[in-house]
Design a protein. Sequence first.
Length: 504
Amino acid sequence: MNTGLDNSILTLVIFVPLAGALLLLVLPRRDRDIRIFSLVITLLNFVLSLHLPVHFHRAVSGFQYEIDRPWIPKPNIHYHLGVDGISMWLVVLTTFLTPLCVLVSWKSIHERVKEFFILLLILETALIGVFMALDLFVFYFFWESTLIPMALLIGMYGHGRKVYAAVKFFMYTMIASVFMLAAILWLYAKTGSFDFTAIQAAIHSGQVENFAGAAPWLFLGFFLAFAVKVPLFPFHTWLPDAHVEAPTAGSVLLAGVLLKMGTYGMLRFNLGLFPEQSRSNAPWIMVLALIGIVYGALVAMVQPNMKKLIAYSSISHLGFVVLGIFSFTQAGLDGATFVMLAHGVATGGLFMLAGIIYERRHTYEIADYGGLATPMPKYAAFFLFTVLASVGLPLLNGFIGEFLVLSGAFRDRPIYGILGATGVIWSACYLLWMYQRVFFGKVQHEVNQTLPDLSGREQATLWPIAAAALVMGVAPLIWLNAIDPAVQTVLTPFTDLVSRVVGR
């Protein structure tokens, strides 16, 4: 085992994209060179990130590859990073999708190309930092750092009402994050530390004074920031605008990774720091998740715009994740983590496919298509495969996570599992109906007759998505063997909680 690299791998994976962004600043404005350089940097980072699962001890719970160094003495801030089986795969998902975002933006970004790729690389660093940070101050720093590049990507390179969408995205998530900041500062004032593991130990051993009275408010402070990011119903209204107006790469990272910051935060911080409040608030949170699953699916069904339909499908799918998290069952949390990864791959793929057809026709309206399977058979095949992965066809990645979530929810309360299962049916309805209208029947518009099929670059973008969807569906234990011990660690306080209640 390469211990030298183990000690620095987390720092490398976080800061290689940032170093690439700084180097891009001094590169001359030759668009082709900038694209190639960005692709090399993102591929290098993906290869580096693969060190994490390759050398990960799957049987061991707790954080691995930890770095904990004092950074700022007052306030007591540490450069504390670490990954477990949950966060590690989210890091790999981020590094997997970013080079594909570079490829899919190869020809669609014509102006201010250098600035686009600099923002993309900065965004990658911020996203990876969120999943690795174990110091609450550092976590909050990375959390807020994702906002600026994402808002600029939407506002500078988006379509239509792009500035409105960027400002709405920024304001929603920024205001909600203030409540989390207040909760973090309260915890620091009482414990003298921002360290997640130290605060968790102090809370569980009852050393935090006045914690019982403040805990409900602290829980809500964290939860509100995460619920807006997910976005959980009724905090979802920023998402369709942001998705529809964002450039393709922005949509892929927004759906693939940014939304997972919210569900990851619930899993790590709400359940990790406030087990009793998580248990007592679970009923109304699960109701919101179920509303999100059904509402997101029904609204997706009536969308005339392809990109808006995929955006509302995200609200529905992320409802599954929240449902699994607050079921407090092994199957539910394993499934929730797997759905996060599967959704990132499948929905990221759908947004790439929507972007590819937009480059040819400059419209997302479903009515402007029809019969595309005739002029674009390869494109139609990739689209169908990705739709089936998103629907949850057995042997593809969507099935495993949703099955585990529903079995966990059913174990918690049968009605939750039954209502959640309707979301799977609705998703088949809206996605397959969209596929039928876009690809089957006669070619409605003459311009569609001569549309070119996928180029070599576009196929190179889509093959990794298809391969990941298939491997995750056929061999889910590659992921679940690492996720399982981390989930058991998260659930330990809840089994203690149940035994204390039973003991009374």
